[in-house]
Ligand binder design. Sequence first.
Ligand code: FAD
Length: 359
Amino acid sequence: MPNVVVVGAGVSGLTTALLLSRKPGYKVTIIAKHMPGDYDIEYTSPWAGANYLPMADEAGCKWEKNTWPVLDHLAKNVPEAGIHYQDTLVLNREKDADSPTGTWLSALTSENPWFKDDVHDFRVIPRDQVPPGADSATAFTSVCINTAVYLPWLVSQCLSNGTVLKRGILTHISDAADLHHTGKKADVIVNCTGLLASKLGGVMDPDMIPIRGQIVLVRNDPGVMLTISGTDDGDDELCYVMQRAAGGGTILGGTYKKWQSDSQPDPNQATRIMKRAVELCPALTGGKGIEALDVIRHGVGLRPFRTSGVRIEKEKIGATWVVHNYGHGGWGFQGSYGCSEGATELVEEVLTATTKSNL
Ligand code: FAD
């Protein structure tokens, strides 16, 4: 009867806990400083769009590739998860080819991407039909997740499998070993602490950096989910539009500012985001300006980026094995099931090895 403590209740912690809780005999406790329902600059998941627009190149695509079938299933069959299909348009400008955003989004903007047979109805838009402002474009059906519905849904799935959630702030990862709800020592700890992995004793990962993302949530209907390879407002500014499922409103983004962590929305930045969105997607305001946007709120989230790549690894810290699952940058939702499966396999490896060594 393995006892596992998962630290973190963002999309990474909740998804890993869910997969573990489905395994016969596993008893899972989640400990977190922040839980679904909270909005805090230290807690990234609620701020995400969140959509499935892959970013990894073919060599590194397994996490995102393995996540698509689950998101596809949830959008098709589980409406209460808060995920819906969206007609998607990805626009590319030749002038962004060597820019930071163009390079970052190059797998997505390719006309022959690795995911073309995974998402539905992938097609290259004929050049004479590419919208103004872009040089090439692809279209397909992807999904958009309403994080305000989906994160609580993950909690409900964990609870119905017997997982126990508790608030707690850890100063050292090893302290989690004493926090299992049975009162017994945890056999394994899973570390899903996102950006705070840089500050957690026993982990203190120097490779973790924030990438600031500012968004505007509006009531307007864009009719399509879209993104473009770059903007004319700077190398760290983005333009994307996505409507969340189940009345969640429409997210207008955004920014991709490395090392910046200011929690307050910048009003000038917000104006630029809204202007670009209305220009890219006139349907938002029926051809009117940004005054016709009906703003619900402005927001800022910090993408938990790891300069050396996502960390899905096992490590013995003190007396207890720890499995890490953090550092997903801007793709934590669209890689969530792939990464959590990877973490779950490592938990099983650790438990098998421990059982053998105890015989
Ligand atoms: P978090 O959500 O930050 O959760 C970390 C958890 O660990 C929290 O519960 C926290 O309280 C807990 N914790 C940390 N330290 C401690 C401690 N010491 N003690 C106890 N608990 C602790 N991704 C996509 O896939 N698609 C998108 O469209 C998308 N859009 C985005 C847009 C924006 C503006 C932003 C900011 C991000 C976006 N992302 C998107 C990225 C995605 O949001 C992140 O990759 C993901 O949310 C990271 O989740 P996480 O669970 O690893 O971290």
